[in-house]
Ligand binder design. Structure first.
Ligand SMILES: Nc1nc2c(ncn2[C@@H]2O[C@H](COP(=O)(O)OP(=O)(O)OP(=O)(O)O)[C@@H](O)[C@H]2O)c(=O)[nH]1
Length: 229
């Protein structure tokens, strides 16, 4: 499944109409697709965050992710319809092994997640950053840091100023949020939409030739490092 998905991602376009020229069918509306991987320790809430953004609600129940789950949502930014594809990865090492190389192919952005009520999940972040480095993730792709479960105020173990220092040291913006309670702190919707805006402006793709039934893409010359300030 991952490899099928990746081959479609290599094109980074999708079409809402797959029968060119069929009567009554409008010309295909192509959307750019952005692959965002969501990584962090098990139980920090990666599934709930991706579900909140794509389904608009907190899931009734979750189980440990095995391998990877995909969720997708189409959004419109400045008149362009783009697809945000979230790869919800397994936090447990035993459920990651077989899939890990797939996560890191053709990635457009990374979301690092920790649980504000679990200091260990915060202290694991350097290991997740190192994993990205080992998989040769380009240093200029957008990365953000998300502290989840802010609704559990009395149980917070990771103070905001500590998390902010870490984020600053790694040139990432920090968001504190709750997948469960959308009114707490930064809104999950706003976090992913902010990322979508950055991707739209910083990762342009252009058609190399007008396609009939095939699309070839090449990235434009890369702009300078994105500024997250
Ligand atoms: N209170 C609270 N609980 C949350 C929140 N987000 C997730 N949870 C709970 O945390 C637990 C783990 O959530 P998941 O989304 O499955 O965690 P995960 O990071 O995907 O875990 P793995 O799949 O094992 O990597 C579940 O019991 C969720 O209900 C949140 O914002 N607030």
């Amino acid at each position: 499944m991952a490899s099928e998905l990746e081959s479609s991602l290599e094109a980074s376009f999708s079409s809402s109409c797959v029968v060119p020229g069929a009567s009554g069918c409008l010309p295909p509306a192509r959307s750019r697709i952005f692959k965002i991987i969501v990584i962090g320790d098990s139980n920090v809430g990666k599934t709930c965050l991706t579900y909140r953004f794509c389904a608009g609600r907190f899931p009734d129940r979750t189980e440990a992710t095995i391998g990877v789950d995909f969720r997708e949502r189409a959004v419109e930014i400045d008149g362009e319809r783009i697809k945000i594809q979230l790869w919800d990865t397994a936090g447990q090492e035993r459920f990651r092994k077989s899939m890990v190389q797939h996560y890191y192919r053709n990635v457009h952005a990374v979301v690092f997640v920790y649980d504000v009520t679990n200091a260990a999940s915060f202290h694991s972040l350097p290991a997740w950053i190192e994993e990205c480095r080992q998989h040769l993730l380009a240093s200029d792709i957008p990365r953000i840091l998300v502290g989840n479960k802010c609704d559990l105020r009395s149980a917070v173990q990771v103070p905001t100023d500590l998390a902010q220092k870490f984020a600053d040291a790694h040139s990432m913006p920090l968001f504190e949020t709750s997948a469960k309670s959308p009114h707490d702190s930064d809104h999950v919707e706003a976090i992913f939409m902010t990322l979508a805006h950055k991707l739209k402006s910083h990762k342009p793709l252009v058609l190399s030739q007008p396609p009939e039934d095939a699309v070839a893409l090449r990235p434009e010359a890369r702009p300078a490092l994105p500024c997250w300030c």
